[in-house]
Design a protein around this ligand. Structure first.
Ligand SMILES: Nc1ncnc2c1ncn2[C@@H]1O[C@H](COP(=O)(O)OP(=O)(O)OP(=O)(O)O)[C@@H](O)[C@H]1O
Length: 233
């Protein structure tokens, strides 16, 4: 599990000599084992936040503390190791390997990890016990996203980062996937961060970080988060 703290984090890009401030002095934290949502309209800085947290991009200034360690000070090699060991990613379009079956897609991630969970056990936990031999082309969108959640969990990372995980799914399947993510967050004790522009998910999260124009405009805590099934999409 992992706690996260963004301390005055800014990310500025220079495009054609012009500065674009994707994030400006953002401060927020997420506690160990929380299911947190980062919410904001297009261009508000959600993907930038996730990329920085996942070690895929570097801050312009500020510090990001994960589990007591400042990841902004890591060398390239240490950052690669952080991405590989400490972070599990779930993407909107699944990113499964087409010529590996469902079990192999998950097991390959387990094999890259130092302390993996058992691939079959995790596939059973996400409800894919009967789809292990299916190739991605033989699975529905919801099943593909379950497989990608299993792949991320199997590495046994500290953090699970999910970028619009329901963006390609219908509302019923989307709720099932978010419900599964929340269950898995509790079952395996992971800190889960979901980035979305879908405001209806907010009442089901433990913490909601609202972004606008690269700034954190509000952080909400739900002491009694709604069960995902009660969310009105
Ligand atoms: N690599 C980059 N180079 C230049 N500008 C960038 C880059 N990445 C993001 N930006 C800019 O930073 C701002 C925030 O982008 P970001 O992708 O983080 O927003 P977002 O909230 O994830 O948006 P969306 O919901 O549309 O994916 C935008 O104005 C975007 O144009």
């Amino acid at each position: 599990m992992s706690s996260i703290s963004f301390e005055s984090v800014s990310r500025e890009y220079i495009v054609g000599g012009e500065s674009v401030k994707a994030l400006s002095n953002t401060c927020f934290s997420v506690e160990e084992g929380q299911f947190a949502v980062i919410l904001g309209p297009s261009g508000s800085g959600k993907s930038t936040t996730l990329n920085l947290l996942g070690g895929m991009d570097r801050v312009t200034s500020g510090n990001i503390i994960v589990d007591g360690k400042d990841i902004t000070t890591l060398s390239v090699r240490q950052l690669t190791n952080y991405r590989r060991v400490d972070v599990g990613f779930v993407f909107q379009f699944y990113n499964l390997i087409p010529n590996l079956n469902c079990y192999e897609n998950v097991d390959i991630a387990a094999k890259l990890s130092r302390n993996p969970l058992n691939a079959k056990e995790v596939l059973n936990a996400v409800g894919l016990g009967k789809r292990m031999k299916h190739f991605p082309a033989e699975m529905s969108g919801g099943e593909l996203q379950r497989a990608s959640i299993a792949r991320a969990l199997c590495k046994n990372p500290k953090l699970l980062l999910c970028d619009e995980p329901t963006g390609a799914l219908d509302s019923t399947t989307g709720i099932m996937i978010l419900s599964l993510l929340k269950q898995m967050c509790r079952k395996y004790g992971k800190t889960v961060i979901v980035v979305t522009h879908n405001t209806s998910i907010a009442p089901a999260a433990d913490r909601v970080i609202h972004l606008k124009d690269g700034c954190v405009i509000k952080v909400e805590d739900n002491t009694l988060p709604l069960s995902m099934e009660k969310v009105v999409w």
